[in-house]
Design a protein around this ligand. Structure first.
Ligand code: PMP
Length: 449
């Protein structure tokens, strides 16, 4: 029975039994192309059958090492025991009432947990939604009604989603925005401290970027018009950029001094991914609002805005919500995920993943000029690929490397404004042998590049 199910029962091995993609995946891909809109892409042309621990098995029986976690979602592993147990139980009780019609305990419990695990010991409240983009949209609604201001400030290389407002908040045109405008107004973008690409070098990056950002906000927008400043403490789709130390605290301080709601978008970086519950803890930042999704619920769709009670309570009754927001099965999954994170100390596991991976990636960078920088922390790591001898982005090499890894049975994702960053987001429950084997595969693919 064990080998028929995903989750923890799945053999933890890399196994290639056909070429990638195999015949069954190819057949399904032909059906996908006929039935699914082309706008919905696929990173790897294989179809999933089962997944668990650190592997994903495709319909042809190939078992891939998973360095993607469904884009930072299955941190607790696929079909994690506590997630399956709690969601199964919930499924047999009821699947939906609508939290806005008749509430249920699971919703409240998730909000109570969010108050516990997010930074700061002030009074907090939460509201639950279905997707990251929806959470960010609602953070903006709450900040606007609280401040009675309209402007929203975001950063170069930021990503916040694909709805109309969050497209406006997102910096990269292709593929997220191209042809989809017009976008929501009153959104202003300012520089972020990206050490590797800061023109005067990394040393003064935090200071100069913060000066420029604050200058632009005060001169071009007017601090008194700004409802919210939204930033990812580690910028995900922008290329796993860690803002130079000192930048985030300056921006958070500026927000506080000017009555602006400071929103940390921890949708990708949160829930143990970077080695603590939330990435902003690294610099002791306590955001006014924090948006979460992805890792929160082990693969079920759930998202949240959590923050200071007095800000969260600014919106009138009925102003926040949605038919499915905080669905009971998704809430049960979140409680199972959070339970697993605590019981298995997944923040500690993420730190350990960083300790194993980072030195090995650094050694690869020593050997291969195509790696311009290794960065990230915990289990949110990346390499930025450049044209040898300089810093010119190398998206071609990145795509070739990713494809070679896929062919060898390692699921990796790329990212970055310039498409030249390979990111590593293994499930936090991945075994160390598998982690090292994945790195061996990467090394082999790099040598062949
Ligand atoms: N914010 C960040 C930082 C993200 O990484 C993402 C998803 N990549 C989103 C928002 C949007 O989340 P969703 O895809 O669930 O709408």
């Amino acid at each position: 029975m064990a080998e028929k199910t995903g989750g923890p029962g799945l053999p933890q091995e890399r196994r290639l039994v056909t070429a990638i993609p195999g015949p069954l995946s190819q057949e399904l891909m032909a059906r996908k192309e006929a039935a699914v809109a082309s706008g919905v892409g696929a990173v790897m042309p294989v179809f999933a059958r089962r997944a668990g621990g650190g592997v994903l098995e495709d319909v042809d029986g190939n078992s891939l090492i998973d360095f993607g976690s469904g884009i930072a979602v299955t941190s607790v592993g696929n079909s994690a025991e506590a997630v399956v147990r709690r969601t199964t139980e919930q499924l047999t009780q009821f699947t939906h009432t609508c939290a806005m019609v008749t509430p249920y305990e699971g919703y409240v419990e998730v909000c109570e947990e969010l108050a516990r695990v997010t930074p700061g010991d002030h009074a907090k409240k939460s509201a639950l939604f279905n997707s990251g983009a929806e959470a960010v949209e609602n953070a903006v609604k709450i900040a606007r009604t609280h401040t009675k201001r309209q402007a929203v400030v975001v950063f170069d290389h930021g990503y916040h989603g694909r709805t109309n407002l969050t497209m406006a908040l997102t910096s990269k045109n292709m593929p997220y925005k191209h042809g989809f405008g017009p976008f929501a107004p009153e959104v202003y973008r300012v520089p972020v401290a990206y050490p590797f690409r800061w023109l005067t070098g990394p040393d003064n990056c935090a200071q100069e970027a913060a000066d420029q950002a604050i200058d632009q906000i005060t001169k071009q927008v007017g601090a008194e018009n700004v409802a919210a400043i939204i930033i990812e403490p580690v910028l995900g789709e922008g290329g796993f950029i860690e803002p130079a130390k000192g930048f985030l605290p300056r921006i958070a301080r500026f927000a506080k001094d000017n009555g602006i709601v400071f929103v940390a978008d921890e949708i990708q970086s949160g829930f143990c991914r970077t080695g603590q519950w939330f990435a902003c803890e690294d610099e002791g930042i306590v955001p006014d609002l924090i948006t979460t999704a992805k890792g929160i619920a082990g693969g079920l769709p759930l998202a949240a805005v959590t923050g200071r009670s007095e800000i969260m309570d600014s919106a009138h009754s009925g102003g926040l919500g949605g038919t499915y927001g905080g669905n009971p099965v998704a809430c049960a999954a979140a409680l199972g995920s959070i339970e697993t994170m605590r019981e298995l100390d997944l923040a500690g596991k993420a730190r350990r993943i960083g300790e194993v991976m980072k030195p090995r990636l650094a050694a690869m960078a020593e050997k291969h000029e195509v790696i311009g920088e290794v960065r990230g922390r915990g289990a949110m790591l990346a390499i930025e690929l450049v044209k040898p001898g300089g810093k010119e982005p190398n998206p071609e090499a990145t795509a070739t490397l990713a494809k070679a890894c896929h062919q060898k049975g390692l699921l990796v994702l790329t990212t970055g404004t310039y498409g030249n960053v390979m990111r590593f987001l293994p499930p936090l429950v991945i075994g160390e042998d598998l982690l090292n084997e994945g790195l061996d595969v990467l090394e082999e693919a790099l040598a062949e590049l």
